[in-house]
Design a protein. Structure first.
Ligand SMILES: [Zn+2]
Length: 69
């Protein structure tokens, strides 16, 4: 797999992932990803993105009861 930005070699590794939602901020330190050995750009597989999305929607559901904005 080649990096879509610099055509560098993508290696299986981990990358941090963070996202801000209304009232809370999520940061994972190390999620499985392909990382460009040249520019460091991470690429998450669609299966991984699905898992991230599932985790976020579960969290969102529970957060509704907690967050008062
Ligand atoms: Zn690259």
């Amino acid at each position: 797999m080649k990096c879509m930005y610099c055509q560098g070699e993508m290696k299986k590794s981990t990358a941090p992932f963070s996202i801000s939602r209304q009232g809370y901020h999520i940061h994972w330190d190390a999620i499985e990803a392909y990382v460009c050995s040249q520019c460091g750009e991470p690429y998450f597989e669609s299966e991984t993105v699905d898992k991230i999305q599932a985790a976020l929607s579960a969290l969102e559901e529970k957060s509704k009861e907690l967050i008062k904005i």
